[in-house]
Design a protein around this ligand. Structure first.
Ligand SMILES: [Zn+2]
Length: 76
């Protein structure tokens, strides 16, 4: 289980509903009202290296990929 895809194991456990219920009960991420885990990348779901400036809300890795499409130009 990684933080980006908590529900990845749901596909495996779908054939065992009681196990799935138990898994959700004991492993569900804590519901948070604030903090950096709420600010996720829109594109890949990554938490760290979040860029929220200009309401972009992507991580730095995705920003590098899509910056030209967004209209950013690299100087120097
Ligand atoms: Zn990303």
């Amino acid at each position: 289980m990684s933080y980006s895809n908590y529900d990845k194991v749901f596909k495996q456990l779908s054939v065992k509903p009681p196990k799935l219920q138990k898994y959700k009960k004991h492993n569900a991420p804590k519901a948070r009202s604030c903090g950096r885990s709420l600010k996720r990348c829109r594109r890949c779901g990554r938490i760290r290296a979040h860029i929220g400036k200009y309401a972009i809300h992507v991580c730095r890795q995705c920003f590098r990929d899509i910056a030209v499409d967004l209209g950013f130009k690299k100087y120097g």
